[in-house]
Design a protein around this ligand. Structure first.
Ligand code: NIG
Ligand code: FE
Length: 408
């Protein structure tokens, strides 16, 4: 099957030659390579070739698309989601409007524990059907690769159920999926006064089963006051590493919790959230391989202060953006809205934000060899826009659906 796209106004995020970048750092993020008046040929889902219309060779294709006035870019790489959940939590949203905080709701048994209760009452097939529907919905909005976490089971059976749902979605081959094991999302009520007991349960009973069934790619933990301490996080990450689960953790959402430093210490693929950052955290990230992943959708929805993207970019770091799609802190997996948020609230330029949602997002789930740029041999996973005036129009026209077609 050959698809030829012709007369593309601009083909964005192109990589020519054999050198491939694995991520884009700091100042380089302001640069988004592209070809004006371009063509692209996909063969059986892989980018076969592309170039300028000036030099288009004779090509026979099964489908030819005309992209006059349209932009083509690599699909979004959403490296942090909790897309598998049993029910929405709009009542907590109303409670927050009426004055309660996210932390107060969590402390009285709402929040993650609320989702865990619902998840453990929901059977696997219903959970799968609902999650699959959500996956299809975000793919239609341009997401071409995704990471999904467990963490609403908080018991052996519940965590395995979530991870099996994620595996089943992986097996559907709709888009590439990575799974993170997040039993350390909250302490279940029965372990509220017995942290040691729950951590032992994760390490001695859950992890071996998860590893045995090959259910996870990464180990996650919510390192935060009132949740998992730095020492507890360190023990969990060490245990995960014994089963080859690399860390990808929740850090510094509500406080400067030490999450960034412990993540870097264990060579985390990424540390995510980062609403609360200081010089020490930035220093820890410098010279590490860990990708700072910002989740402004959660700051938006919880009405918290935003991540200091400019500081991180100015420090030369490879910033990624992800949705955090979940029923509590960000009930949206829309990467197009995220693009607008990154520009308006984090003061990222459109080019920086697109780099953060493509190549750096791919790197934050170790998919940079197959996703994140337009390069020969990578997946032909593409967003084709409606006719638009320029690249900046995409984040500018927030809320408008400018995606005309996605190819995954
Ligand atoms: O990334 N902060 C921890 N976990 C999720 C929210 C989970 C929830 O509220 O259900 C997050 O924001
Ligand atoms: Fe999250």
């Amino acid at each position: 099957m050959h698809i030829l796209i012709k007369n593309i106004k601009t083909l964005l995020q192109t990589e020519e030659g054999s050198e491939r970048k694995s991520r884009v750092y700091g100042k380089e993020m302001a640069h988004l390579p592209g070809i004006n008046n371009a063509w692209l040929l996909a063969e059986n889902g892989i980018i076969k070739d592309f170039g300028s219309m000036k030099d288009i060779p004779e090509i026979r294709a099964d489908e030819v698309m005309d992209a006059t006035g349209k932009l083509v870019l690599p699909s979004w790489c959403d490296s942090h989601t909790h897309l598998v959940f049993a029910a929405p939590r709009e009542q907590e949203f109303v409670d927050r409007i009426n004055g309660l905080t996210y932390a107060e709701i969590a402390a009285r048994g709402g929040g993650i524990l609320n989702s865990a209760g619902k998840l453990n009452e929901t059977d696997e097939s219903k959970l799968y059907d609902d999650s699959l529907e959500r996956l299809h919905a975000v793919v239609a909005q341009g997401t071409g690769a995704i990471e999904i976490k467990s963490g609403y089971g908080l018991c052996l059976e519940g965590e395995l159920k979530m991870l099996r749902v994620i595996r089943k979605m992986k097996e559907q081959n709709i888009i590439p999926v990575k799974a993170s094991f997040l039993a350390a999302h909250a302490f279940p009520p029965e372990y509220k006064e017995n942290h040691e007991g729950y951590i032992n349960l994760i390490i001695n009973e859950m992890l071996p089963r998860v590893a045995d069934e090959g259910l996870a790619d990464y180990m996650d933990a919510f390192c935060e006051q009132g949740f998992f301490s730095v020492d507890e996080t360190a023990r969990l990450l060490e245990a995960g590493l014994k089963y080859n689960l690399k860390p990808k953790i929740h850090a510094n959402q509500l406080h400067r919790s030490g999450g960034v430093q412990v993540g870097v210490k264990y060579n985390a693929i990424s540390v995510d959230h980062l609403e609360s950052m200081g010089e020490e955290e930035i220093e820890a990230l410098r010279g590490s391989n860990t990708i700072p992943t910002l989740l402004p959708g959660a700051a938006f929805f919880l009405n918290m202060h935003y991540q200091p993207a400019r500081l991180l970019i100015d420090a030369g770091l490879p910033v990624a953006l992800a949705t955090d799609y979940n029923p509590g802190s960000c009930p949206s997996g829309n990467m197009n809205f995220l693009l607008s948020l990154a520009c308006t609230q984090l003061r990222m330029t459109p080019e920086e934000a697109i780099n953060a949602q493509t190549i750096n997002g791919a790197a934050a789930m170790e998919m940079e060899h197959e996703m994140g740029t337009i390069a020969i041999g990578k997946k032909a996973s593409l967003i084709i826009t409606k006719p638009v005036s320029s690249l900046a129009y995409l984040p500018y026209s927030f809320g408008e659906n400018w995606v005309e077609r996605v190819i995954v």
